[in-house]
Ligand binder design. Structure first.
Ligand code: MN
Length: 192
């Protein structure tokens, strides 16, 4: 099964007897692909942007998180594919485990490939130029993910559309989980 291979790196890094994260079995892909952004208070705080592509969640770590201002270019570093079930994972990854720290579902929803007529999401990622329309609870509208060529780094940029807002910094003003309403501190505290 192809998905087994996609998740090999993800599984290799984790001991599922010790971390509450999912191992990635089950859950069939739904009609509309999903996206999720997880705030991850690990060694360094970052936001993991994940897009459902080909049965897994393609992932990028965004240190500053997404912006609604098209002038902001946010560094996005590719990370290993995650299982689809990871999308609603919220909780604490124990010390000693990969990615140890607290995870909060900062935004979740569906997305559309804005270049679907020309290229599949797989092709867009391969070519280093992704353009998606997000229908999240916090983020809406077009976002581009562009590989810069420098050390395989990417940039996440809000596209200039009606959903753009130069004054809105949702990462600062809307810190709570869209699933539980909790802050990252409350999640960390609640699982002690
Ligand atoms: Mn992370």
């Amino acid at each position: 099964m192809a998905e087994e291979n996609y998740l090999k790196e993800y599984r290799k890094k984790r001991d599922f007897h010790r971390t509450p994260e999912p191992s990635g079995e089950g859950r069939s892909p739904e009609e509309e692909p999903i996206f999720v952004i997880q705030k991850h208070d690990a060694r360094t705080l970052h936001y993991d942007l994940r897009l459902e592509v080909g049965g897994v969640l393609k992932s990028w770590a965004v240190p500053k998180g997404p912006s609604a201002n098209p002038k902001d270019k946010r560094l996005a570093v590719p990370t290993e594919d995650h299982p689809l079930e990871y999308a609603d994972f919220e909780g604490v990854i124990p010390e000693g485990q990969y990615g140890a720290g607290t995870v909060l579902v900062w935004d979740i929803g569906t997305y559309r490939n804005l270049k679907e007529k020309e290229a599949s999401m797989e092709q867009c990622i391969e070519e280093g130029h992704v353009a998606v329309w997000l229908e999240g609870k916090k983020l809406k509208g077009g976002y581009a993910l562009i590989r810069t060529g420098k050390n395989g780094r990417w940039l996440l940029v809000k596209m200039a559309d009606q959903q753009a807002d130069v004054l809105r910094q949702p990462v600062d003003t809307e810190p709570r989980s869209v699933l539980s309403g909790r802050t990252i501190e409350e999640i960390a505290e609640g699982e002690k």
